[in-house]
Design a protein around this ligand. Structure first.
Ligand code: DCP
Ligand code: MG
Length: 371
């Protein structure tokens, strides 16, 4: 059958930071399939092919039209032989045999299950799998396994924190954090970041940046917030990491490395949250609260714009910002700073717009960064 090629759009860039990607995805069937492959490669710690599928998915997410024939993908960047074969298969049969095979694979299912626990990464999941463990009850019944504090909380609150957080719940948490910040310092600054800043309806956690214009005061902000949440009786878990930020250090090359700002990974008790409880849920219904994952990061004010840009994501958008900076502008970007290797100097920024301008990029709104 013939397939009309969509009206040609301007050349699609290979960099996500030169594309506008909203939460509306016209190619979900294809990108979901790519995600399964990417995840499977990631669980097997094969970074190259994992990234290739994430890039391909990201390109299709940015299209204002649905791919209806392979011909329509001509000229699009980041689509290799493997991805094209998958597209063809899915367009023809409605699904991919390779994807189905992965989804029904015991190893894939088990590693997915294990890594869905807060505090369990691919390496731990792999270790448990190799020991022959296949379920949560296997793990919890294994006397030789010592769960760390994070994993213990992960299992304890598993039902709640594996359920998506809604925008309304994110807003409610924002009010709690906002109240805490301003009780501690009236000129405190709070910004919602992560997926909710990009306009997503649901998230796996809620991410905030907190700081204060007073130089150095941001150092005590998080411990003070944590104390307050504890006093309010809503702190279920807290992992606070002090700042290791070094102002003179060049931006990092490694993407996956965490930034050096003071931060905390929390689990909070959100009261009155019955909104998203499933109708069939039997336990819990009368509880009137749920546990939610919250991340707070606290950069010094002069690095606020870099922290905001870095924590707004998406991950793919961040990856490509850094790749673009390095390969196209000979600059180094991370969550702390932008360094111009030609001029051998750091570039200051007070807003995200400043950073895009330094990079020679058109400004992309947060809601267009869902790459
Ligand atoms: N981030 C990053 N590098 C990391 C971790 C996070 O650059 N190692 C950035 C990109 C993310 C943002 O921080 O978009 C928030 O991280 P999340 O894992 O919370 O991702 P999202 O908020 O985008 O998704 P979700 O809706 O699942 O929470
Ligand atoms: Mg998030």
């Amino acid at each position: 059958a013939r397939c009309s090629t969509p009206t040609p759009v301007a050349r699609v860039s290979q960099y996500a930071c030169q594309r506008r990607t909203t939460t509306e995805n016209n190619n979900k069937i294809l990108t979901d399939a790519f995600e399964v492959l990417a995840e499977s490669y990631e669980l097997n710690q094969l970074e190259g092919p994992c990234l290739a599928f994430r890039r391909a998915a990201s390109v299709l997410k940015s299209l204002p039209w649905a791919v209806q024939c392979l011909g329509a993908t001509q000229g699009l960047p980041c689509l290799g032989e493997h991805t094209k074969a998958l597209i063809e298969e899915i367009l023809q049969y409605g699904h991919s045999f390779e994807v189905e095979k992965i989804l029904s694979d015991e190893r894939y299912q088990t590693l997915k299950l294990f890594t869905s626990v807060f505090g369990v990464g691919p390496k731990t999941a792999e270790k448990w799998y190799r020991r022959g463990l296949r379920s949560f009850s296997d793990i919890l019944a294994e006397p030789s396994i010592q769960l760390n504090r994070m994993q213990q909380s992960g299992f304890l609150h598993y039902g709640d924190i594996s359920r998506a957080v809604s925008k309304a719940e994110a807003r409610a948490l924002g009010n709690i954090i906002d109240e805490a910040v301003h009780a501690i310092t009236p000129d405190g600054i709070l910004a919602l970041t992560g997926g909710f800043r990009r306009g997503k309806e649901f998230g796996h956690d809620v991410d905030f940046i907190v700081t204060t214009p007073e130089q150095g005061k941001e150092e005590t902000l998080l411990p003070n917030i944590i104390d307050r949440l504890k006093e309010q009786g809503i702190l279920l878990y807290s992992d606070y990491q002090t700042s290791t930020f070094d102002i003179s250090k060049l931006p990092s090359h490694k993407f996956e490395a965490m930034d050096h700002f003071a931060k905390c990974f929390l689990i909070l008790r959100l009261e009155g949250s019955l909104v998203d409880r499933g109708l069939n849920s039997t336990e819990g219904d009368s509880r009137g609260w749920r546990a939610v994952r919250v991340d707070l990061v606290s950069p010094p004010m002069e690095r606020y714009a870099y922290a905001l840009l870095g924590w707004t994501g998406s991950r793919q958008f961040e990856r490509d910002l850094r790749r673009f900076a390095r390969l196209e502008q000979h600059m180094l970007l991370d969550n702390h700073a932008l360094y111009d290797k030609t001029k051998k100097e750091f570039l200051a920024a007070t807003t995200e717009r400043d950073i895009f301008a330094h990079l020679g990029l058109e400004y992309i709104e947060p809601w267009q960064r869902n790459a």
